[in-house]
Design a protein around this ligand. Structure first.
Ligand code: ADP
Ligand code: MG
Length: 147
């Protein structure tokens, strides 16, 4: 489990966008955000907000088929990964993952649990969960560090 630093609770996609914007506004080059949570939980919604917080106006979608999408128009580059389809760690090497995580931008990785062994020590985990007892649109967003 992660060591949780901060918890947000949202009741709509707009509120999750706002959490993403807040973190995007304060993000720094070299940071790696691991987005963890089931299909449809809101990883891409969070990423859209994060991109807006960086000043990116281009539309953001899950790069499920391309693995990586680069957005250059913001305050710092955003490297948006969706590693759902990665089967071997070598595939990440091939796309140059090491250079991106040590680079001049911020990495946001959907389905990061699939490449857990490749994540650097400074990774920030964003875990998004539903709780159906609290309604269909409720999300708990925990920000933490892996332990
Ligand atoms: P993922 O990338 O995790 O597979 P998406 O971000 O693509 O998921 O989709 C999340 C879905 O959940 C969207 O259809 C969104 O409208 C819906 N949703 C409902 N409530 C929320 C909320 N509180 N936060 C984020 N998304 C929500
Ligand atoms: Mg997604």
């Amino acid at each position: 489990m992660d060591s949780v630093i901060k918890v947000y609770e949202t009741l709509s996609p707009e509120e999750t966008l706002e959490v993403g914007r807040e973190l995007g506004r304060t993000s720094l080059a070299g940071q790696v955000y691991a987005l963890v949570g089931d299909l449809g939980v809101g990883k891409t919604v969070f990423t859209k907000g994060f991109a807006e917080g960086l000043g990116i106006e281009e539309a953001v979608n899950s790069p499920t088929f391309t693995i990586l999408q680069i957005y250059d128009e913001g305050r710092i580059p955003l490297y948006h990964f969706d590693v759902y389809r990665i089967e071997e760690p070598e595939e990440m090497e091939e796309i140059g993952f090491d250079e991106y995580i040590e680079g001049d931008g911020v990495c946001l990785i959907e389905w990061a649990g699939r490449i857990a062994d490749l994540l650097p020590d400074n990774t920030i985990v964003i875990r998004i969960e539903k709780d159906l007892n609290k309604g269909l649109d409720y999300r708990k967003i925990s920000v933490g560090i892996p332990v």
